[in-house]
Design a protein around this ligand. Structure first.
Ligand code: G1P
Length: 289
């Protein structure tokens, strides 16, 4: 059986980023760099690698730097060209009009509401979602691994990973069923449960492949955890009607929504870069001594 291809991805980027103030007062948190690429660029690259063609950004006030980032930078490019500099470094930042769309989430009503804001652009086809502050680092990328699984089982898929039991309350948590390799059946989902009520320590880690029915489900989704319209609650209501699987990512995940996770991501990427790994390693060693 063949499944409809995943051609579109939604990037909810309207969040305020208060955890990184004052850095994020005037720039979106998604534009914070890991070494020299903004977080949002890694997410878009991961989407492209998975064969996704159209990037849909759900933005808000103060997020125009993201649009500028993926546009042509006319003055910059002309000046660089005149000086004989290569423009190759800017190549991944180019999203032509057919490859991107922007829609505004006017009020902060939660992740579920943000996704629902993209319903007309997504239309009637399965689509991916990326939460850019979950930095999924590996080769092949997390979404490429998920698309591979999707081509086998279809339906809905979410990426999951294990966290220490006392951390589950910050996340969406799955009630796991049977496991086969990287795939686990999802029997239930709870957003931000108490430690005592959590059905497992497997959390949703910010990558999704969902069927378009989720938009209809979100349409009448009541407020959940934190008084917000939760994507997790809408997905939970789809279980039983449609296939639902979790994929355990073979790679590393850095929580760039937290400061320590962000530093960790920078170090990890720097230590893999040929142009700086040796120097960074010796600096880090010296600092630790
Ligand atoms: C969101 C989702 C949650 C998921 C998490 C991953 O929560 O609602 O299910 O586990 O992202 O980072 P948020 O971080 O927006 O509170």
């Amino acid at each position: 059986m063949t499944h409809k291809p995943i051609r579109k991805a939604v990037f909810p980027v309207a969040g305020l980023g208060t955890r990184f103030l004052p850095a994020t007062k005037a720039i979106p948190k998604e534009m914070l760099p890991v070494v020299d690429r903004p977080l949002i660029q890694y997410a878009v690259d991961e989407a492209r690698e998975a064969g996704i063609e159209q990037m849909i950004f759900v933005t808000g006030r103060g997020k125009s730097a993201i649009e500028d980032h993926f546009d042509i930078a006319f003055e910059l490019e002309r000046t660089m060209a005149e000086r004989g500099k290569s423009l190759a470094v800017l190549e991944p930042t180019r999203l032509g009009p057919g490859n991107c769309a922007y829609v505004r989430q006017q009020e902060p009503m939660g992740l579920g509401h943000a996704i629902w804001c993209a319903r007309d652009i997504v239309g009637d086809e399965p689509f991916a979602i990326f939460l850019p502050d979950e930095f999924m680092h590996g080769s092949p990328g997390c979404m490429a691994q998920m698309v591979k699984a999707y081509n086998e089982v279809g339906g809905n898929l979410i990426s999951v990973l294990e966290v220490p039991r006392d951390k589950v309350s910050s996340y969406g948590v799955i009630d796991p069923g049977e496991r086969a390799g990287a795939l686990t059946e999802v029997k239930g989902l709870v957003e931000k449960p108490s430690v005592a009520d959590a059905p497992s320590n497997l959390i949703i880690s910010g990558r999704y492949i969902l069927q378009p029915e989720v938009m209809r489900t979100l349409e009448n989704q009541e407020k959940g955890a934190g008084g917000e319209i939760q994507l997790t609650d809408a997905m939970a209501r789809m279980i039983g009607n449609q296939a639902f699987h979790a994929v355990t990512f073979d790679g590393n995940r850095y929580d760039c929504g937290s400061k320590v996770g962000y530093i960790e991501a920078n170090l990890a990427v720097a230590l893999e870069r040929e142009d700086m790994a040796d120097e960074v390693r010796s600096i880090a060693r010296a600092m630790l001594e």
